[in-house]
Design a protein around this ligand. Structure first.
Ligand code: C5P
Length: 395
């Protein structure tokens, strides 16, 4: 999404300015070209030369370096990002002040910009400043953060600049056409654990990567997203409601409680199919456990599929082999709208990998997708779901 995009990054005078180097690197890793404007105060926190080394181009600081810089720089950019954005730049822009290169360029930029505010919590909570923030938000500008935590002044509170990874995710969201705006999505991801005793459990293999990619892409496209996740060790996406669960029964309850409010359910979790019939409260002796009796867990997607409050449902079918027959059967048996088949016996795709090669199956036929990243696969799954949802009149 950011490949070959031109980011105009405005850096203002906050102690968080040192994070700009990492932010520029992240943008560049995604294939973006970064042009930087620094205010005079920003240059007191971090040297323009360090920023220039990171961005690979000359830094713009002077309003009069070129009398048209404040027009041409925003005109040539795909997205204007101000990070860190001080209370000052946000208030100045809300009032239309143009007294240096950055504020003038912002005024000459006629699309939505992204701001990553950073300031002391007292400044953040000041109603005058909050009013200015509201002005920019009502004009459609995007914001990321600030976060709560320890601040440069030594106090705890809200005001830390958002993490650079989250700023990049917010930049992608700000540039997307928000085609899932108004959709309320629930994505499940990762494995569940079915306990034998407090130490031992039965589980399924799953890193959660595919579900997390779906939640991230849906949120980027404007959906309000809840991610119900079993135990996963990967970084969760920014801006989604996170619900942690452990067992299939907990995941079942978490999904069913939210079902009436949803427009789409994506069940990508590798829910355990069996649970020990007895769960011991204390760790049992090896010698005491000679056999394990299992019971079937409740099938979450099947229960959602037969519910009167059924949203549009996407399921997954991880199989060891290339035949899609079992996936087609599950689509019908569990009353889903769409099922995503993948062959987990291949070592180059599926479990723990960043790549996937899936077949999307619906009631009209199947759509094989090429080998691509899980992020690209997530986009393609959402594209197809949006298309089918429109066709089915469930919009
Ligand atoms: O039958 P199978 O487990 O292969 O079906 C896979 C699909 O069913 C996935 O979407 C998975 O998340 C869902 N599932 C479920 N509840 C279970 C088991 C699987 O919702 N107990």
């Amino acid at each position: 999404m950011l490949k070959d995009k031109k980011i105009l990054l405005g850096i203002t005078g906050s102690v968080a300015a040192y994070k700009s180097i990492d932010l520029i690197k992240l943008f560049k890793n995604k294939g973006a070209v970064v042009e930087v404007i620094m205010t005079a105060s920003a240059a007191r926190f971090i040297s323009p030369m360090s920023i220039s080394v990171a961005s690979g181009s000359r830094i713009h600081t002077d309003m009069f370096e070129d009398h048209l810089a404040h027009i041409n720089l925003p005109l040539a950019s795909d997205l204007f990002v101000v990070a860190p954005a001080t209370a000052n730049i946000i208030s100045k822009h809300a009032s239309g002040i143009a007294d240096d290169l950055l504020s003038s360029s912002l005024l000459a930029y006629d699309r939505k910009a992204l701001f990553a505010p950073a300031m002391n919590w007292r400044m953040y909570q000041n109603p005058v400043w909050q009013k200015n923030l509201d002005i920019l938000a009502s004009l459609g500008h995007c914001f990321v953060g600030p976060e709560r935590g320890s601040l440069a002044c030594g106090e705890e509170g809200i005001g830390r600049m958002a993490r650079v990874e989250h700023i990049v995710e917010a930049a992608e969201a700000c540039m997307s056409d928000q085609d899932l705006s108004g959709q309320r999505l629930l994505v499940t991801a990762g494995p569940t654990r079915e306990y034998i005793d407090p130490v031992r459990y039965i589980t399924n293999r799953s890193s959660g990567k595919m579900g997390f990619a779906l939640a991230r892409a849906a949120r980027r496209r404007g959906a309000s997203v809840t991610l119900i996740k079993g135990p996963c060790s990967i970084e969760p996406p920014y801006g989604v409601e996170l619900v942690d669960v452990d067992t299939a029964a907990q995941m079942h309850k978490a999904v069913m409680d939210r079902l009436p409010a949803l427009t789409m359910l994506i069940m990508s979790a590798a829910v355990a199919d069996f649970s020990p019939s007895t769960r011991y409260d204390k760790k049992i002796e090896k010698s005491e456990l000679t056999r394990l009796d299992l019971v079937r867990t409740d099938d979450i997607v099947a229960d959602a599929g037969s519910s009167a409050e059924r949203p549009f449902i996407v399921g997954f079918s991880a199989e060891t082999g290339s035949s899609v027959e079992r996936a087609v059967k599950k689509l019908h048996d569990k009353n889903m709208d769409m099922i995503v088949f993948n062959d987990v016996s291949r070592s180059d795709i599926g479990f723990d990998c960043d790549l996937n090669e899936v077949v999307i199956i619906d009631r009209n036929g199947s759509l094989p997708l090429p080998l691509m990243s899980k992020d690209e696969t997530a986009e393609a799954i959402l594209d197809r779901a949006v298309e089918l949802k429109k066709l089915s009149g469930k919009e």
